[in-house]
Design a protein around this ligand. Sequence first.
Ligand SMILES: [Zn+2]
Ligand SMILES: [Zn+2]
Length: 75
Amino acid sequence: MARCEQCGNDYHKPLEITQGGQTHVFDSFECAITAMAPRCAVCDTRIVGHGLEGGDGAVYCCGHCAQRAGVKGRA
Ligand SMILES: [Zn+2]
Ligand SMILES: [Zn+2]
């Protein structure tokens, strides 16, 4: 049994996701995404796929947003 970090649900089949050496526990993908998915620096869309990373560490949902933020050559 493990308690979901996002919603507190005590679930018998928890998801464990390790990122950068830290393990997080969730009861569902929904909660994992809510807690861990980055948001686009331009339009605030939650990025569930790969997204695009700018040089400054910012993350964008698509090439259009990256271009709007001035990131060159990633679209
Ligand atoms: Zn949850
Ligand atoms: Zn965006």
